[in-house]
Design a protein. Structure first.
Length: 174
């Protein structure tokens, strides 16, 4: 699978070997990471990806990706699906950026790229969640068209319903 390219980013599909490095937090030969990458969220995402690889083989397109700057190839974060679409065709996503890369719109740009990929594979809804105090993540999900559909003591839940042709539809509670 090729990188998903946006104006400023290359959303790179992780290989198992790359995910092992991210999970361990140790760059390998030739890696180009931001000094504060990967954070614990990216390491956790890489471990989830490795479990999926062990269970089903390469899960792409519904696997893990590294967010890289197109200008220099530097890894600044991670993004990915939490698995293949469920029985209703919905997929959940997660993402995170190195502290040094935050506040520049990279997360929104990366989520838009995954949204396009999901649409191209017939996904019916994009799901996400975040803690109540993670206002930047809440703003990202709202900026890409997701709507708050529920919340509990720990998390706020977001959803973007997609029509049959991949067009936005009406939000639905999870």
């Amino acid at each position: 699978m090729n990188d998903l390219l946006t104006e400023r980013l290359a959303i790179h599909p992780l290989t198992a070997e790359e995910a092992e490095l991210v999970a361990a937090g140790r760059p390998g030969p030739g890696t180009n990471w931001a000094p504060d990458y990967p954070a614990e969220g990216e390491r956790t995402g890489a471990r989830m990806f490795l479990r999926a690889c062990a269970a089903v083989g390469d899960p792409h397109p519904f696997g893990g990706y590294e967010i890289r700057l197109r200008a220099d190839g530097r890894a600044i974060g991670g993004i990915g699906f939490h698995g293949a679409p469920d029985e209703d065709g919905a997929v959940a996503i997660g993402y995170g950026l190195a502290e040094s890369a935050r506040g520049r719109g990279y997360a929104r740009e990366a989520v838009h790229a995954l949204l396009g990929l999901a649409r191209s594979h017939g996904v019916t809804a994009l799901l996400g969640d975040t803690t109540h105090d993670n206002l930047p993540s809440q703003r990202v999900m709202l900026a890409v068209g997701m709507e708050l559909v529920d919340e509990d003591e720990e998390l706020k839940y977001y959803r973007l319903a997609l029509g049959a042709a991949g067009e936005p539809g009406r939000p639905r509670h999870p």
